[in-house]
Design a binder for this molecule. Structure first.
Ligand code: ZN
Length: 78
């Protein structure tokens, strides 16, 4: 999976989690808490599995756009 796709997917999941928590807050739909927790776990799994350098295989850390890997220094294509 491309790094830009991983980043976009993670941001979409985080936005969905925020929407769910707002709905829980305003509408008292507490069942959405379980879905939000599941999405948090999914974000963690996606981050661990796919947010890594294609050269050295180490995790890239923050979800910001990066031009170079902070572990090996090679250029990243995002
Ligand atoms: Zn690297």
């Amino acid at each position: 999976m491309k790094l830009s796709t991983v980043r976009r997917l993670t941001y979409m999941l985080l936005a969905l989690i925020c929407v769910m928590l707002v709905l829980v807050w305003y509408l008292d739909v507490y069942e959405l808490v379980y879905s939000a927790v599941t999405l948090v776990v999914l974000v963690g799994i996606v981050n661990c599995l796919f947010w890594k350098c294609p050269h050295c295989g180490k995790n890239l850390g923050r979800l910001e756009k990066q031009n170079h890997c902070h572990n090996c220094g090679k250029e990243l294509v995002m």
